[in-house]
Design a protein around this ligand. Structure first.
Ligand SMILES: NC(=O)c1ccc[n+]([C@@H]2O[C@H](COP(=O)([O-])OP(=O)(O)OC[C@H]3O[C@@H](n4cnc5c(N)ncnc54)[C@H](OP(=O)(O)O)[C@@H]3O)[C@@H](O)[C@H]2O)c1
Length: 247
């Protein structure tokens, strides 16, 4: 039985990359909303698992091999019987000027951020009943080129269009696919930006909200996108950026 405070009761929710940062905040939020979590992780993610009310299923998997991600989702579906929600969050970034980036680094970013995201989302859709929801994590660089992160910018643009493409195909099965485009989030991934005083000042000055985002800001948006209140929202890329893109 679902209730207003636990709308995801009896729902199975996958989150990839929940060892820290945005993924952990999303896992904690979905757990609070009543979902049974399944985490696909390179590491055991003990710290996240310990904070969840319901013990999660944890599948250890390096998502830089997309086929392994597909297999991990299959394992979860077998163990838990179905998948209602899938959050494709795991991602990586490589900061280097385009003239210097090695092709293998470029490929590594695309493989995890795009190919694995596709493989995990598709494997989840195969086990998802009508009413299911998939959320891909893009970036404001789904819309902008950024500075010295060419593979990341290319990958996140692909993620935005992947959400639209999958939404088009799976709407008739009652599955919604949306993406979130976080702005500058104050966490480990962006620590190098804050360590560079000049870069930090430029970013601080450009955010209309006057602050960096938090992992929880993103989790709030994910929670809305997987619940019935957003039932007519499909193929959308939602910026959670303090107004960055509107500027
Ligand atoms: N932080 C921001 O400002 C920002 C802005 C826009 C978009 N995003 C996006 O939001 C998502 C989460 O970012 P975050 O800031 O929370 O980053 P993060 O702190 O670097 O966390 C990334 C997560 O992905 C996992 N991961 C990385 N490589 C993996 C692999 N090969 N296989 C399995 N898992 C892997 C990491 O697990 P391990 O513990 O195993 O490394 C970690 O749990 C990413 O897609 C990122 O691009 C972040």
């Amino acid at each position: 039985m679902t209730s207003r405070s636990r709308p995801l009761q009896d729902r199975v929710a996958i989150v990839t990359g929940a060892s820290r940062g945005i993924g952990r905040a999303v896992a904690l939020r979905l757990d609070r909303l009543g979902a049974q979590l399944a985490l696909i992780q390179r590491t055991r993610a003990d710290e996240t698992a310990q904070q969840l009310a319901q013990p999660p299923v944890v599948v250890q998997c390096d998502l830089s091999r997309a086929e392994d991600g597909e297999a991990a989702v299959g394992q979860i579906a077998k163990d838990l019987g179905k998948i209602d929600v899938c959050i494709c969050n795991a991602g990586t970034i490589h900061r280097e000027p385009a003239l210097e980036v090695e092709v293998r680094e470029f490929r590594r970013v695309i493989e995890l951020n795009v190919v694995s995201t596709f493989a995990v989302a598709r494997a989840a859709a195969r086990h998802m009943p009508a009413g299911g929801a998939i959320v891909l994590i893009g970036s404001v660089l789904s819309f902008q080129g950024g500075l010295q992160v060419p593979a990341y910018a290319a990958s996140k643009a692909a993620v935005a269009n992947l959400a639209r493409a999958l939404a088009n195909e799976w709407a008739s099965r009652g599955i919604r696919v949306n993406a979130i485009a976080p702005g500058y989030i104050d966490n480990e991934q962006t620590a190098p930006l804050r360590a560079d005083a000049e870069r930090r000042r430029q970013i601080d000055e450009r955010i209309p909200a006057g602050r960096w985002g938090t992992n929880e800001d993103v989790a709030d948006a994910v929670a809305w996108l997987v619940c019935s209140e957003s039932g007519y929202v499909n193929g959308h890329v939602l910026a959670v950026d303090g107004g960055w893109l509107g500027r």
